[in-house]
Ligand binder design. Structure first.
Ligand code: C5P
Length: 289
């Protein structure tokens, strides 16, 4: 039996994000295109006789139940009390509270990792059902690639990953709480919605200009109103040649979409960070991992 394995956990960006309404269960009904990028955490998962132990190279990451990786291990191991426990070491590269699904992707990696380590033979749909209990983005992180997500974010329609996007990410020094952003969301304040249908048409045609014109994120109405840095970063990225600059998820990370690798690299070299973290990324290709 294997005792240890390493699982990659890629971040995501939302290429479009529309809120369709508020649901009776308190969540918001979404229509969003999610896309994995090659900014990855690495989780080393080791079988131990019992219990769940989390460690990380990132001091700010909670080690207990507040950590989604812990919650994921607890959720899956609860179903198999006759198996052992796990120790999980997280090499954290995805910034926390950034709108990049850093916590959700770690949770997805833990579910996949424990499934393999303890030979539980759970199917992807079974893992995704389990993942939805942990967080709305976890099913997407399990499925990977690019997808149109509806419902809370757990109803997924995969989109073909037939091309590579070149993005420059700017993560301001502050973080935001997703729950707080949704709590403050007011449909009446939305003027720019994504054109999801036009986005999908552009996506299938590999039309970079077409998708860039259709991209919007309605949660910017909350986060950009709270922090002027969001609009400032968007303007800087456009000046540096981005076709489109958009906030990811509930923010505060903003990404610029560039026509090609050369354009993104030029912007990366020219950008002057103001206490921000900058990442030059492309679409995640799991086959290379
Ligand atoms: O599902 P998750 O725990 O990641 O969501 C964090 C918070 O974001 C939820 O507690 C909820 O307040 C908000 N949320 C929402 N609608 C969604 C997803 C998240 O209101 N579709």
């Amino acid at each position: 039996m294997i005792h240890q394995l390493v699982v990659e956990a890629p971040a995501k960006v939302n290429l479009t994000l529309d809120v369709k309404g508020k649901r009776d269960d308190g969540y918001h009904e979404l229509e969003t295109v999610m896309h994995q990028i090659n900014l990855v955490d690495r989780l080393t998962i080791t079988a131990i006789p019992e219990g769940i132990a989390i460690s990380s190279d990132c001091a700010d990451l909670p080690a207990g139940e507040m950590n989604l990786a812990y919650k994921a291990a607890q959720t899956i191991l609860e179903e198999y009390p006759d198996r052992g426990g796990v120790s999980i070491h997280i090499e954290k590269n995805i910034p926390l509270g950034a709108g990049l699904a850093g916590g959700s992707t770690d949770a997805a990696a833990v579910l996949k990792g424990i499934n393999a380590l303890y030979k539980l033979n759970l199917s992807l749909p079974q893992l995704m059902t389990m993942g939805a209990k942990i967080g709305s983005d976890v099913p997407f992180c399990l499925q990977g690639g690019t997808a149109l997500a509806r419902g809370r974010g757990e109803i997924l329609e995969p989109l073909s990953s037939h091309w590579q996007l070149h993005l420059l990410l700017v993560k301001p020094k502050f973080s935001v709480s997703t729950a707080e952003v949704y709590r403050r969301f007011d449909m009446g304040k939305v003027s720019n919605r994504p054109d999801t249908r036009a986005f999908l048409e552009g996506w299938h045609r590999c039309d970079m200009i077409g998708i860039s014109r259709a991209m919007e994120n309605v949660l910017e109405t909350v986060t950009a109103a709270l922090y002027q840095e969001i609009d400032e970063i968007k303007k800087r990225l456009i000046k540096l040649g981005a076709l489109k600059a958009l906030m990811s998820g509930s923010g505060p990370t903003v990404f610029g979409l560039f026509l090609d690798r050369a354009g993104a690299e030029q912007a990366w070299q020219a950008i002057q960070p103001c206490e921000e973290e900058i990442f030059l990324v492309t679409s995640y290709d799991g086959r290379k991992s």
